[in-house]
Design a binder for this molecule. Structure first.
Ligand code: ADP
Length: 410
């Protein structure tokens, strides 16, 4: 069995896969770690529990996870000695990691060096890795980096036009995020179209609370919308996406906002929430828009327009688009947004089939372009955990097992 672990600042998510990654045996999430009423969800086959308890720290959370996996591990209950390897979601690998890697002391040391680039995410990530290594000392652990796939991007796309020496000295560059999701979705898209990923130009629209549009050409990232931090790019749930950096100076010097206030506004009060004034949740915004709320309509228009603009830019960057793939909460579940995004994309050979777009079934992959559309539009439910498990299996488990090609073999 392969265990995947995703350790956030106050959450621990885990999934236990069968050895060939074809089946999820158990999964769970412990949220609000550190608070008095952490919420705990664990599902294993027919068994499901939702409860609250005091979880002091990540160590407690890991102990609880193992206990629950011991007791209710689905069809193969009890014996965690079956775990062959553990895969970790690693948020930020800077430019030090270009692909998934087996975790050694040297890797941990390098991960410590990346803390300044992701001060909120990498410390809990490291805690998770250390705790899991204590709990499962005899099996290999693998780190799968959210930033690794984007390391395939060319310099012309990832560099900012800042003084070159400064960028080199301090690793000031576009890192991009949601790389594991984009890699999975681009590989699945190629499988769906029965074409090698190396022959395709794909734009992946990962539209969730965080939004990333990524151009994948020949299996490598040609460009991606998010930059150095997780703030730039397309419009997001509460994040502004791209703004002119000059605005920050104006807000500070002429409107008297402190840097902390500006940061808070750009990360938490902007995006869909800032424009709609109602919510960052697209479902709520769509409902309000349908009832005539003009600002919610505007939020939808802006959101779709910006994603569409990135698609146009990336079509130019790649010399065309063979497939457009939608994923994540909004991309997988909102026909309205997919339709808005694809409006006017006929000139790129991307034409939606209205019925296919509205008839998609939650959780299922499907092609939603018309049969006579020269290029394809698809919906692919993302599965970062599966991608992590597949990499883990390929690097440290029984070997590559997948229907999709993952990392290079050992
Ligand atoms: P995160 O980036 O937090 O992982 P998700 O991928 O879960 O985000 O996506 C969350 C977003 O998906 C929210 O804006 C939510 O409203 C939206 N969403 C989920 N289901 C639907 C739906 N049926 N229609 C429209 N939007 C949806």
């Amino acid at each position: 069995m392969i265990l995947t672990v995703n350790c956030g600042s106050s959450t621990l998510k885990y999934k236990l896969f069968s050895g060939n990654v074809s089946e999820v045996r158990a999964e769970g999430q412990i949220s609000r770690i550190g608070g008095p009423d952490a919420s705990i969800r664990h599902i294993a086959g027919e068994f499901r529990t939702d409860k609250k308890a005091r979880i002091r720290d990540h160590r407690d959370a890991f102990a609880l996870m193992t206990e629950m996996l011991h007791t209710h591990a689905g069809r193969s209950p009890g014996d965690l000695s079956d775990i062959e390897a553990v895969g970790h979601r690693a948020v930020h690998g800077s430019d030090l990691f270009t692909e998934s890697t087996v975790i050694t002391e040297a890797v941990i040391h390098k991960l410590e060096q990346t803390i300044p680039l992701a001060p909120l995410h990498n410390p809990p990530n490291l805690t998770g890795i250390r705790e899991a290594m204590k709990l499962f000392p005899d099996v290999p652990h693998v780190a799968v980096f959210d930033t690794a796939f984007n390391q395939t991007m060319p310099e012309k796309a990832y560099l900012y036009a800042l003084p070159y020496e400064l960028s080199q000295a301090h690793t000031l560059r576009r890192f991009g995020f949601h790389g594991t999701s984009c890699r999975y979705v681009s590989l699945r898209t190629a499988e769906m179209l029965s074409a090698p990923v190396t022959n395709l130009r794909i734009v992946v629209c990962h539209l969730g609370n965080g939004v990333t549009v990524t151009a994948v050409s020949g299996g490598k990232v040609a460009d991606t919308s998010i930059g150095f931090a997780t703030l730039g790019g397309a419009m997001m749930g509460t994040r502004s996406g791209d703004i002119d950096p000059g605005l920050v100076f104006h807000l500070h010097r002429n409107l008297g906002m402190s840097l902390t206030e500006i940061e808070e506004m750009l990360y938490r009060k902007s995006g869909l929430l800032g424009i709609s004034g109602v919510s960052n949740d697209m479902r709520v915004i769509e409902e309000e828009a349908a009832e005539g709320n003009a600002r919610c309509r505007l939020a939808i228009e802006m959101f779709s327009y910006r994603v569409r603009s990135y698609i146009g830019a990336y079509a130019a960057a790649m010399g065309g688009v063979d497939a457009l793939a939608f994923t994540a909460g909004i991309g997988e579940n909102s026909p309205r947004i997919r339709e808005d995004v694809c409006a006017n994309l006929g000139f790129l050979g991307l034409t939606l089939d209205h019925d296919r777009n509205t008839d998609t079934v939650h959780g299922q992959e499907c092609i939603i372009s018309r049969d006579d559309s020269p290029h394809h539009v698809v919906v692919v439910p993302t599965d970062e955990e599966k991608m992590i498990a597949l990499d883990t299996c390929a690097l440290a488990g029984p070997g590559p097992v997948s229907d999709i090609k993952t990392v290079k073999e050992k």
